[in-house]
Design a protein around this ligand. Structure first.
Ligand code: NAD
Length: 377
């Protein structure tokens, strides 16, 4: 089976879907590997390392895409690229299938099997393939580092002959994978951390990291299928905003990571709340690119709102692209390995497979994922 790894072309994207280490493992499975020249460069991997691992480095991107039996990448392809893929080609990447209707339609029309890394079920067995978690974990770390770099104060308490500095107060809203890592990182830096999440089960996790869980009685909240948060009603959101107001006003840093899977993220920090913070305080909105948890955040920019620094950078794992590549590539290899037919030396499509039943979106000219099929109808 010929596996192709095109260079990522999204502006600023430095991660790569296959590292020399996973290239070697893929070759060991019996796959033939072609990688576009320079595909690992952004993350610090040289072409020669891929050659040493057993891959063939090629410069003709079009030929690579049109001849591959399987394409491995991070970002979705350009629509024109799909037209040149072979019928029956398997394409694995992030796809944002809830929003990318045309992309999914093109995959279906072309007879390409499209696998979405976002749709890998969040089960214990699939943890090693779960790129949403591996990348969110790094995002949590990066958000705190960005906040610390932009805060005109330090995080830890410091008692010195020159005086005592109080620890910075950090409020983390949304304590899923990214939020929990943000809490852990802020604690390691010596900050005083408070956190809130709509899933009550998270309270214990926050406390175990040394954070304080902000109790807000929102009535029925809980979890939907897959452990994801249920969407709040407008009344519950109002209640949440009101209850967080005082904590936000006295925080030096607010980090928001609130997401509801498949929906637009909720706006939970309003402009007046940002304006109520001390000048010099920092807000990091992880959802800025997808609609924003914070009113006034601007995707991929740092803006000042009444003296408060609001950070709206997207693609946070890209700041630590080498580790992010290692983790994504390992998730991707584990998926391929799990679905690999040793005799045929090929990725075997099986729509009954516990993981493929969640993440295969199109196959043999059909949208086979039920949730996405309904959205496409
Ligand atoms: P996510 O990115 O979908 O959401 C981030 C957090 O935002 C979640 O904790 C969610 O509860 C919270 N949130 C939503 N609305 C909010 C609001 N209005 N205010 C505050 N917080 C709000 O979630 P995630 O980090 O990807 O993880 C979601 C769940 O999946 C968690 O339960 C996690 O433990 C579980 N999970 C399981 C596995 C596994 O078993 N393999 C792997 C990863 C995650």
């Amino acid at each position: 089976m010929l596996l192709g790894i095109p260079k990522e072309t999204h502006p600023g994207e430095n991660r790569t879907a296959v590292t020399p280490e996973t290239a070697k493992k893929l070759c060991r499975l019996g796959a033939d590997l072609q990688i576009e020249a320079g595909a690992g460069e952004g993350a610090g991997f040289q072409d020669a390392e891929y050659s040493d691992a057993g891959a063939t480095v090629v410069s003709d991107r079009e030929a690579l895409i049109s001849s591959a039996d399987m394409l491995l990448r991070i970002r979705k392809p350009a629509l024109e690229e799909i037209a040149s893929m072979k019928k029956g080609c398997i394409h694995i990447s992030y796809l944002d299938p809830f929003n990318e209707h045309e992309l999914i339609a093109r995959f279906r029309e072309q007879g390409v099997t499209a696998i979405s890394m976002e749709m890998i079920p969040r089960t214990t067995r699939s943890q090693k393939m779960d790129a949403l978690s591996s990348q969110a974990n790094l995002s949590g770390y990066v958000m705190v580092v960005l906040a610390a770099m932009n805060l005109p104060r330090i995080f830890p308490m410091m008692m010195t002959p020159a005086g005592t500095l109080k620890p910075a107060k950090i409020f983390v809203i949304g304590a899923g994978v990214a939020g929990l890592q943000a809490i852990a990182t802020a604690k390691r830096l010596g900050g005083r951390v408070t956190a809130f999440d709509t899933r009550p089960v998270v309270a214990e996790q926050v406390r175990s990291l040394g954070g304080t869980f902000l109790e807000i009685d929102l009535g029925e909240t809980g979890e939907a299928a897959g452990g994801y948060a249920k969407e709040l009603t407008p009344e519950q959101i109002d209640k949440q905003r009101e209850a967080q107001k005082a904590v936000i006003a006295e925080s030096d840093v607010v980090i928001t990571t609130a997401q509801v899977f498949g929906r637009k993220p909720p706006v939970i920090v309003t402009r007046d709340m940002v304006e109520g913070m001390q000048p010099g305080s920092v807000v990091v909105d992880m959802a800025a690119e997808t609609g924003g948890n914070v009113e006034g955040s601007v995707p991929n920019e740092i803006v000042q709102v009444n003296g408060v620094t609001v950070i709206g950078y997207g693609n946070l794992p890209n700041f630590v692209c080498r580790d992010a590549s290692h983790m994504y590539a390992s998730n991707l290899f584990n998926l391929v390995d799990d679905c690999w037919d040793e005799e045929a030396k090929a990725f075997s499509i099986d729509l009954e497979h516990d993981i493929q039943s969640g993440c295969v979106i199109t196959h043999a000219g059909e949208v086979v994922n039920e949730t996405i099929a309904k959205l496409q109808a």
